[in-house]
Ligand binder design. Sequence first.
Ligand SMILES: C[S@@+](CC[C@H](N)C(=O)[O-])C[C@H]1O[C@@H](n2cnc3c(N)ncnc32)[C@H](O)[C@@H]1O
Length: 338
Amino acid sequence: MQRHFTVPANFEEAIAKALVDYKLSLSDSKELAKCVLALSDFFITQPEGQTPWHESWAQVAYLCYYLPLNAVRLRAVIGEGEKRGFFQDLEDVYDFGAGLATASLSLSETQNLKYTLIERATEPQRLIEKYFPFFKSQEWIRTIGSSQIKNPKKSLALFSYSLTELSDLPAWAYECEALMIAEPSTQQDGRKLMELRAKLLEKGFHVWAPCTHEGPCPLLTQSKTDWCHDRIHFDAPKWFLNMEEQLPMKNRTLTTSYLLMRKTKPEAIAAARVVGDTLKEKGKDRQMICRGSDREFLAWMHKFKIQQEIPRGALIEIPEGLQKVSNELRVQQEIIVL
Ligand SMILES: C[S@@+](CC[C@H](N)C(=O)[O-])C[C@H]1O[C@@H](n2cnc3c(N)ncnc32)[C@H](O)[C@@H]1O
């Protein structure tokens, strides 16, 4: 996974233009931060509540905070999909709970597809049509059912931070050839996503990313606390950093939990994935890896004098013949990151 991301210039320009409507600019850090805090408090105190799109502070918070952050996360996920040819032969995208079209906007940067945005609130549509004119080939609808999926074999069902409120994927999504799901990288939502992976495998979908195998997920089946997530670096623009100074939450690195699955099988990939940050222990450093149903670690014994820290989420080549002690593969030569 590419590791460093920033806000695309055309997004930044559109956000700046939209803020004028609220008599604000990107340099009004304190006022912007107040709106962000208000929406963040709303999500904390009313986790089941609907995004209050009718409030101008919520619109400002989404525009200057959640849109850029989610766009950066999604760009990373889309990049992983593109490396594996995930979007090939798809034509239609159904973006459920689209909000400010964050996911579709990000995907449309590189994928020329027809985007249907399903969003029950009307304000996001108004904002996107007015300030993001470069986003073409889109249609907004308020609800969706199976009969609206015209060409399921060429369709992608897209859920970007919109599955949390649902107990299961809606029936129309199971009919689509492809699924792209991004969820908040919390223990609860992350583990729920791994359970959904197991269910989708049973229903005949195949995992294209992040997993390199289709066995039971070891983070789910062999631990009660782990959840699968990647880590990326956010190279925030100056205005964002200034706004963030007023906030208790910092975003120099961002985590993402996601699934890219299709009914078509992907080409097999002979790689493992690093699924843990470095653990410093007496005599060794360890990082958890995933390449099948076993919970395994790479271990760099200090006595071999090889120091390596692999980014969480990176794909790696496991050298042949590594010594395995319990659940540890002992590294004796530098690991190749793909
Ligand atoms: C957390 S926001 C995510 C927005 C966007 N997808 C993103 O990634 O930033 C969830 C969105 O789903 C919308 N939503 C929730 N339930 C919905 C439903 N049943 N039908 C349509 N939209 C819905 C909400 O209005 C809100 O805009």
